[in-house]
Design a protein around this ligand. Structure first.
Ligand code: NAD
Length: 442
């Protein structure tokens, strides 16, 4: 008999996981407290942008293998395995993780469980959470039922979420028993059949693997951006430097692109939550370096804004600046803690006339910063602009040539805040062209 699977929380992670579990052949029930999300998903519509996912949702809503509900009790009486995929955002007014949603989702679910089942946490949580929730499950489950908890952190990348879920590069499971591990082996049988590395461990390691991976990636980005701070003062080419060290296979070239830094709903809040958690454990010194990683990252946003000021001789008020790209990365509509959006807001607050264009992110950005000038096309954004700024490396922006913009802009001034265009090409077309990590002499 195949397992029935429920997915609690159907945001970026949960909707993807639910659709992919259906694709793997399971019957799946997605649960969310947001009725609009449930309505959209039940119609086979995805309320956010993720390549390939709308097709998968529609396919399995149509096949009947994927259903959605706002009633967690439906999941409790039906599923054999429940994946907890709710958010763990940065706590308001602090730096730790807000565990309200994970706690409420787990408690509400366990209360409704009426059959033997396994609760599997996928959300990114501070070390110690799984052990605490495991005790909660044991203490609050109905008498006579066999209900336990496992932790199975998720490593998917937005923009590649379907591929990463169906073909993960590794699977990490923290379980309290061999029986629970066996259930997860059944869930992931297809990936295991392809010899996907399977890391079976304790709760603490499973929780820490996820934040360690994100801390490492954040460190790599801030490492190259720290060198960018040097090269933009002393001269030198930060991209050449990254290429050169990246050839060393111990280092590798990925995540060494200097620019306006990292953002999104994971890396920034995860490194802050990790620092906060180890601080609670009396180990502040161990993760102290992450504070510097965060600071380097945030300085890049200020630097991008400063470049616009420099290009305009500090006279920014009323000047039209086109900001291209305000999602935290391409192929997503996610604007959580997005560097590009932050830069646009800072320019607006400094008095600039900001014209924002993003292929997918404008609606989400408008909810956060309604006052920015959002436009529907690249042409509208750059028309009569005094400065053009590239803040997210969407492929259509990476493909830009001077000829595309020469006749549209008011002044040929460019800030390539992602280091993705060919400086020589733009300079020889008469542009004052600057990149982060590159010295600018005005
Ligand atoms: P999200 O905000 O997109 O989705 C969270 C969903 O949970 C929302 O739809 C919300 O309505 C729902 N929810 C909240 N409380 C609930 C409850 N009690 N019952 C049912 N639903 C509830 O967040 P996300 O980006 O999907 O992230 C979820 C978790 O996954 C976080 O811990 C995040 O760090 C982790 N994660 C995210 C990604 C990613 O790329 N987005 C990758 C790996 C891990």
């Amino acid at each position: 008999m195949t397992l029935n699977i429920s997915v609690i929380g159907t945001g970026y992670l949960g909707a993807t996981h639910a659709a992919c579990m259906a694709e793997l052949g399971f019957d799946v029930l997605g649960v969310d407290v947001d009725p609009e999300k449930i309505d959209a998903l039940s119609r086979g519509e995805l309320p956010f942008h993720e390549p390939g996912l709308p097709e998968l949702i529609r396919k399995h809503v149509d096949s009947g293998r994927l259903r959605f509900t706002a009633e967690v009790s439906e999941a409790g009486s039906w599923a054999d395995v429940h994946f907890i995929c709710v958010g763990t955002p940065q706590v308001k007014g602090g730096t730790g993780a807000d565990l309200t949603y994970v706690d409420a989702a787990t408690a509400g679910l366990v209360e409704s469980i009426t059959k033997d089942s396994l609760v599997v946490g996928k959300s990114t949580v501070p070390v110690g959470t799984a052990a605490r929730l495991s005790r909660l499950v044991a203490e609050t489950k109905k008498d006579g039922l066999n209900v336990s908890l496992a932790w199975n952190p998720e490593f998917l990348r937005e923009g590649f979420a379907v591929e990463d879920t169906l073909r993960p590069d590794r699977l990490v499971v923290g379980t309290g028993s061999e029986a629970d591990e066996a259930v997860l082996r059944e869930v992931y049988a297809e990936a295991l059949g392809r010899e996907t590395p399977w890391i079976s461990t304790d709760f603490e390691t499973a929780e820490l693997v996820k934040v360690a991976a994100n801390a490492f990636l954040a460190t790599k980005i801030s490492f190259i951006n720290a060198f960018a701070e040097v090269t933009e003062n002393v001269g030198g080419n930060i991209t050449t430097l990254a290429d050169a060290i990246g050839f060393d296979t111990r280092i590798g070239r990925k995540f060494l692109n200097a620019g306006v830094g990292f953002g999104g709903g994971c890396l920034p809040k995860d490194i802050r939550a990790l620092q906060t958690r180890v601080g609670e454990l009396g180990l502040d010194h161990s993760m102290k370096f992450l504070d510097e990683i965060d600071q380097i990252n945030l300085r890049r946003r200020k630097k991008a804004v400063a470049r616009a000021f420099e290009l305009l001789d500090q006279d920014i008020v009323g000047k039209k600046i086109a900001v291209l790209g305000i999602t935290f990365k391409p192929l997503s509509d996610d604007v959580r803690d997005s560097p590009g959006l932050d830069v646009a807001a800072r320019l607006y607050n400094a008095g600039a006339d900001v014209a924002v264009f993003d292929p997918e992110g404008n609606p989400n950005a408008a909810k956060r910063y309604p006052r920015l000038g959002y436009v529907d096309s690249l042409t509208e954004a750059v028309k009569d602009a005094e400065v053009v700024m590239l803040t997210t490396e969407w492929k259509e922006f990476k493909a830009l040539t001077p000829a595309d913009l020469n006749d549209l802009v008011a002044s040929k001034r460019f800030v390539d805040a992602r280091n993705v265009l060919d400086a020589k090409e733009w300079e020889s077309a008469g542009w004052t062209f600057t990149q982060l990590g590159r010295k600018f002499e005005g």
